[in-house]
Design a protein around this ligand. Structure first.
Ligand code: SF4
Length: 281
């Protein structure tokens, strides 16, 4: 179902870990998304689309700011600035103190790391590197909603955290002054919607790198060993279906998210940004 040319990512591995059938539908069958979109509990479809659009715009504005370009202009920019939620995110970004980050900063960087007989891609929002010490920090901008902050242990175990730290340690050497030690790597989430402190920071080390390499390689080999649709089973955890675009196809429309803190909803923003590019792999 996948061959040696297949490039894994945090999105595809997250899909497989959540539900093998979702991986099959999205990456093997390339089944288009159904018309009826799932939304977080209590949110209308149009409001959710607007939220995703604003999240994608925030990423683009931040990228352009790091590149020294004007964020945007025209009616669309005026509309975003007039939106209270977007304006709050942007004001918080502009007021943030980034002096603790290493000095050499590259936005929107793609790393391609080896993963057993496969490859793994990671699209970083920002990589900040100290060329003298080798310290390398991945920064990820998040617009997760909700009154309650994400639990650090949930964020640490997110597929994105594990994939990005692994990819940085495995393939980031050219950006890190030639050093290649997991101990030099860090992952920092910046939460646009959270009260202070908005940072959630994780360090890395050799043990975590070895565990992540083994775990991610195991997942890729598990996927590669499956031969037909029946072997990509539907998840038994129907909470995963609540935010899945295939819920009508799978007849799991009655699923309700029990705890939205543990639903990785902003993966949808990453998909909105990535668009269909990833499916090109
Ligand atoms: S609706 Fe549920 S069973 Fe179907 S692909 Fe999505 S997560 Fe899997």
């Amino acid at each position: 179902m996948v061959d040696a040319e297949f490039v894994f990512s945090q999105l595809s591995l997250s899909d497989f870990a959540d539900c093998p059938r979702r991986f099959y539908l999205r990456y093997v069958l390339r089944q288009p998304w159904p018309q009826i979109e799932p939304t977080p509990e209590g949110m209308e479809v149009l409001a959710y689309r607007d939220f995703l659009r604003k999240g994608a715009a925030l990423h683009r504005w931040i990228e352009r700011r790091w590149l020294g370009l004007p964020e945007a202009d025209g009616a669309m920019a005026a509309g975003l600035v007039a939106d209270p939620e977007f304006a709050l995110w942007w004001r918080r970004f502009e007021e943030e103190d980034f002096t603790a980050l290493p000095a050499v900063r590259t936005p929107e960087l793609e790393l391609l790391a080896p993963l057993g007989r496969f490859r793994l891609t990671a699209r970083l929002d920002l990589l900040a590197v100290d060329e003298d010490t080798g310290r390398a920090v991945v920064v990820d901008w998040k617009t997760l909603r909700g009154e309650r902050a994400q639990r650090p242990e949930f964020l640490r175990e997110r597929m994105q955290t594990r994939v990005y730290l692994y990819a940085l340690a495995a393939a980031g050497a050219p950006y890190r002054g030639g050093a290649n030690k997991p101990d030099d790597c860090e992952f920092h989430y910046w939460m646009a919607n959270a009260p202070e402190p908005r940072w959630v920071r994780f360090r890395y080390d050799q043990d975590a790198f070895d565990q992540d390499r083994a775990f991610l390689t195991m997942l890729s080999e598990d996927i590669a060993a499956r031969d037909d649709e029946a072997e990509f089973e539907m998840t038994t955890d129907e909470r995963k279906c609540a935010m899945c675009g295939y819920h009508t196809l799978c007849r799991r429309s009655a699923a309700v998210a029990a705890d939205l803190r543990d639903i990785d909803e902003d993966v949808d923003i990453e998909r909105a940004i990535a668009g269909v590019e990833e499916l090109e792999y």
